[in-house]
Design a protein around this ligand. Structure first.
Ligand code: 6GU
Length: 256
């Protein structure tokens, strides 16, 4: 997986990505990261890359030409032959107007050899360059951020985890939230009693069947309480449905 990020803040991307698990994967060569400073492609020569919006209004708009030149330069580096078909190159523009990112998108994008991210700032990016180069417009949720850098890092983190070898066996062997449309069950470690709070006794029982059943029920309970809409896509057994019915009876005011 080769990530390429077009941004006005390359150091922000480099710092974030060269840390922790993604940093380890980059050092191992499982991932590569290239940042492209859009400012280096300023056409006015003074490093300016934004201008006033036509039609008026507050804020500034990132101009089309610096972004397009940065992209063309990048594209020619990715494919040695510039006439080669680059239709398949994915260019992801981070914007609250995009489709909301989710786990299946991460899984699907992890199969690409290259991913290009375009991070906007100010009031936005000239629509014409978006039409010219962008293949995917993606948002990370319903709130507004100051720029596309954090969303790009969120996406790269989620995608990296799906790249073979990035997670150790121990890290990837864990069952986890969203892989089966259920939230994860709670975890406990030593000591057995912490500030008067005990670990649930079933986890100390050594009875694997009971432990599995308790964990499944905790997953169902959390999902019902925090993200009930996920249950529509979960694969639920008769026992799961009976359990969900039983918690509805007990707590009718708490569940939807
Ligand atoms: Cl992708 N960009 C910005 N600026 N804000 C966001 C976002 C993206 N996703 C959610 N909020």
């Amino acid at each position: 997986m080769n990530f390429h990020v077009m941004t006005l803040f390359p150091e922000m991307i480099e710092q974030g990505m060269n840390t922790s698990i993604t940093g380890r994967a980059i050092a191992k060569g499982l991932l590569s990261l290239e940042t492209i400073n859009i400012r280096d492609y300023s056409v006015t020569g003074n490093g300016r890359i934004d201008d006033y919006p036509y039609g008026g209004g507050a804020g500034m708009v990132m101009q089309a030409e610096p972004i397009y030149r940065a992209y063309e330069d990048l594209r020619s580096r990715i494919t040695d032959d510039p006439t080669k078909d680059t239709e398949h190159l994915r260019v992801i523009y981070l914007t609250p107007q995009g489709r909301v990112f989710h786990q299946e998108m991460a899984q699907e994008m992890a199969r690409e050899e290259h991913l290009i991210f375009l991070c906007g700032h100010y009031e936005g990016v000239d629509e014409r360059v978006i039409e010219a180069i962008v293949t995917d417009q993606v948002s990370i949720g319903d709130y507004v951020l100051t720029g596309g850098e954090l969303p790009a890092m969120v996406m790269m983190d989620a995608i990296s985890r799906m790249v073979p070898g990035v997670l150790s066996n121990a890290e990837s062997g864990q069952s986890e939230s969203f892989s089966d449309h259920l939230l994860e069950y709670p975890q406990y470690s030593r000591p057995e009693i912490w500030r008067g709070q005990s670990v649930p006794s079933v986890l100390l029982s050594g009875h694997h069947g009971n432990v599995d059943r308790w964990r499944r029920e905790q997953s169902l309970l959390r999902t019902q309480q925090n993200r009930p809409e996920l249950l529509n896509n979960a694969d639920l057994s008769k026992g799961d449905l009976a359990f969900l019915e039983s918690i509805k009876q007990k707590n009718p005011e708490k569940v939807q």
